[in-house]
Design a protein around this ligand. Structure first.
Ligand code: PEP
Length: 249
């Protein structure tokens, strides 16, 4: 039985004091959940969030990492740096990073392998554009992104990898994929994983849906057969709203 993982992606929002206030508000609201609760915060909030989330159900993640260990990469943060302060999760290959910061399937694969080596828990984002959805190539796009992300990832490692299916046209737009379309696309991703690793492994990989998830649509999405929780942007900025998503049942 796969666990539901509900992860917030704050993007470039919230100062450290706001992060701590949010955690204080969220912690009692999610203390009884069986779902995994994660918030992926800006780098500058990580340390404060980690300290503040101790002894709560809330796990802390970063939104990106560099695949190199150290060196002349001005402005970058390595996986080792995240690991050293106790960060547990890291988002890799978010569509905003692919679109604005030249992330490619190759860099995503490199970062994923490094995160797994360091025992960070990766959330790898894949998803098609509106044009690709409309011209019928969505399946090809998401399965290729999945396959390329997972190149040279072992059986043991893929089980520890979370995939977030995030149609680009649904991110921050208020447009959500229908629960049927989201579930079907996640099945395509799972089939691709099955082609590489076999059915048992494919059945144990957590695959989230992301794209305008909110408390009003979380239940119908997360109750679908193949949707194992969500990656939540805008709606994760409000503790009350995010708690309702976590406690969607
Ligand atoms: C995201 O940033 O990953 C996301 C899904 O954003 P939103 O929920 O705001 O669409």
């Amino acid at each position: 039985m796969r666990k539901k993982v509900i992860a917030g992606n704050w993007k470039m929002n919230k100062l450290p004091n706001e992060a701590m206030e949010f955690i204080s508000e969220l912690a009692p609201l999610v203390k009884d959940t069986e779902n995994e609760v994660v918030i992926c915060v800006p780098y500058t909030d990580l340390f404060y969030a980690l300290m503040h989330a101790q002894d709560t159900k809330i796990k802390i993640g970063a939104q990106n990492m560099n695949a190199e260990e150290k060196g002349a990469y001005t402005g970058e943060i390595s996986g080792e740096m995240l690991k050293a302060i106790g960060v547990e999760y890291v988002i890799i290959g978010h569509s905003e990073r692919r679109a604005y910061y030249n992330e490619t399937d190759e860099s995503v694969n490199k970062k994923l392998k490094k995160a797994l080596l360091l025992e960070l828990k990766p959330i790898v984002c894949v998803g098609e554009s509106l044009e690709q959805r409309e011209n019928g190539t969505a399946k090809e796009v998401v399965t290729a992104q999945t396959r390329l992300a997972l190149e040279e990832v072992s059986n043991e490692e893929v089980i520890k990898t979370i995939i977030a299916y995030e149609p680009i046209w649904a991110i921050g737009t208020g447009k959500t994929a229908t629960k049927e379309d989201a579930n079907e696309t996640i099945k395509w991703i799972r089939e691709e994983i099955e082609n590489i690793y076999g059915k048992d492994i494919a059945d144990s990989v957590v695959i989230q849906y992301g794209g305008s998830v909110k408390s009003s649509n979380a239940k119908e999405l997360f109750e679908m057969s193949d949707i194992d929780g969500g990656l939540v942007g805008g709606a994760s900025l409000d503790a009350q709203e995010f708690a309702k998503i976590v406690n969607y049942k």
